[in-house]
Design a protein around this ligand. Structure first.
Ligand code: GLU
Length: 507
């Protein structure tokens, strides 16, 4: 098996592109074979500097590794189409000679006139095809001496595919099944441009052939081009090595209809690209999932389940398990919604499965950035307390803020509900009691004394707990409170209880 990922370097790689690369990777690693990274840069007007590097970096962050490609070399290189330029002309010429393609000399104005005339006679979308080509200036309609003269004079031309008439093209797609298209629906696509570059169609087919690609797995937007590709394989007499095709379903907006776009991420204030993209013109940087603190494993797991299912309700798959389980037979036909909250859920699952030790360094780095410091033993105990509440490692700072910063205010609604009744009296007792404890301070003592104080005033500890949390942390919810207070230390807790007591409504 040989597969390829063949992006055009026209900008930052869209999640749909990452998913296409991933599905190629999973399949080729499962079956054993090679994966090629080919850069399709024949459209020089759409070339964006930095896009190629971005693609390589994003996929590498995801753990998608290639065997051959622009950055790896390999026996079928070069892997950048602009560097293969010289070779395509001979293939275009081969088709001209065998009668499958022809020279067309029409100017932009002549093409426009043709379209207008057809429109005027009621053809909604006029095409350069078997019907219109006879009226145009090409090597099928012009006398051969005129064609020779024009070529000799160096007139500008393109080479078009001569779409056969009245044929039915049958495309076998591994996901869509049999797709049948009538050639009457297809036009005489340009294969070779006047600038000496091949178009996508010619270069893509020639390179898949020369690079011995066995499986073309790509986005659904390329399905309409596939009948032409099949006809090209036929015209070159390469049908016996034609790759198998699999067209992957579209990625859809998280809500509503239509294709996923970067604006969907912007709307939610969430990243869209795998890694940071730097706009080559403005220099503006757009952080990706990597910069936002997502785990690549979580992102890959999330993407894998967009359009593929394992056949049961398992959801957590690391790369190795994906490789084991993946197959094109379970790729869906219909589009897959890109649910950003689901990605967060995945990240949370991966975070929870991390060992505390593996989080020590990243959490310490976050603390250092804030100018905060903790003993190793305290950090080690604090991480498991707050971990359950985090989606990203970077949430650590938000979660530990109350540990370092005294409450600046208290939620009035919660205070009104929870700081009445026996609370002030219990709080007073607790301050005295905690103050008297001296060196013995840990979660168990904190809790025991709290329960004793509640019992003394005839109330359940549960009814006082949120009030206590508000007093100590300034927040209405948070991690296990007694453990937290145990770690925070006696003097700091007493000081905060005093501060809360001073704020209590006197009435
Ligand atoms: N260059 C095309 C793209 O940008 C490749 C399509 C294909 O895989 O054939 O997606």
């Amino acid at each position: 098996m040989r597969v390829r990922f063949a992006p055009s370097p026209t900008g930052p790689l869209h999640p749909g592109g990452v998913r296409t690369a991933l599905f190629n990777y999973l399949l080729v690693r499962k079956m054993g074979g090679q994966m090629v990274l080919r850069i399709e840069d024949t459209d020089q007007t759409r070339f964006v500097p930095g896009a190629e590097e971005f693609i390589i970096e994003s996929l590498s962050w995801c753990g998608i590794e290639f065997d051959e490609g622009v950055h790896k070399g390999g026996p079928y290189g070069p892997y950048r189409q602009s560097e293969r330029k010289a070779m395509y002309r001979q293939y275009a010429m081969q088709l001209v000679e065998s009668g499958h393609a022809y020279y067309a000399f029409d100017t932009e104005e002549e093409l426009e006139t043709m379209r207008e005339q057809f429109k005027a006679s009621g053809v909604a979308s006029p095409q350069y095809n078997a019907i219109s080509r006879v009226r145009m200036k090409n090597s099928l309609s012009l006398p051969s001496d005129e064609v020779a003269r024009r070529l000799e004079a160096g007139e500008s031309y393109v080479i078009r595919f001569k779409m056969p008439r009245g044929r039915e093209v049958r495309v076998r797609d591994r996901i869509r099944g049999l797709v049948v298209v009538q050639t009457a629906q297809l036009d005489d696509k340009v294969l070779f441009k006047s600038d000496g570059m091949p178009t996508y169609h010619l270069a893509n087919v020639v390179d898949d052939y020369l690079m011995k690609i066995t499986h073309v797995i790509r986005g659904e937007e390329w399905l309409p081009s596939t009948p032409l590709h099949v006809l090209l394989y036929e015209a070159f007499d390469w049908l016996d090595t034609m790759p198998e095709f699999a067209h992957l379903p579209l990625l859809l907006k998280p809500d509503g209809d239509g294709k996923l776009s970067k604006r969907d991420g912007d709307r939610l204030g969430l990243p869209f690209y795998a890694t940071e993209w730097t706009n080559p013109e403005s220099g503006e940087k757009t952080p990706g999932y990597r910069e936002a603190g997502y785990f690549p494993e979580a992102y890959v797991n999330f993407l894998a389940l967009l359009g593929w299912n394992p056949g049961d309700n398992r959801e957590i798959f690391e790369m190795d398990e994906l490789i084991q389980s993946f197959g094109l037979d379970r790729v869906n036909k219909h589009g897959a919604r890109y649910d950003f909250t689901k990605l967060q859920w995945f990240n949370q699952q991966y975070l929870r499965s991390r060992s505390v030790d593996s989080l020590m360094d990243p959490c310490r780095n976050l603390l250092v950035q804030q100018g905060w410091n903790l003993e190793d033993s305290t950090l080690q105990a604090l991480i498991p307390l707050v971990m359950e509440r985090m989606v990203l490692v970077s949430d650590f700072i938000h979660e530990v803020r109350p540990f370092f910063v005294d409450p600046e205010s208290y939620d009035e609604g919660v205070a009104a509900k929870k700081w009445g009744g026996a609370f002030p009296a219990v709080l007073g007792d607790l301050i005295d009691c905690y103050e008297a404890l001296h060196d013995e301070w840990n979660a168990t003592i904190v809790e025991t004394k709290f329960k004793e104080a509640a019992a003394k005033h005839g109330v359940t500890p549960g009814s006082l707990l949120q009030g206590l949390r508000l007093a100590v942390t300034g927040q209405a919810s948070g991690p296990a409170l007694f453990e937290w207070m145990g770690l925070r230390g006696r003097l700091a807790c007493v000081a905060r209880l005093r501060q809360a007591a001073a704020t209590l409504p006197t009435s």
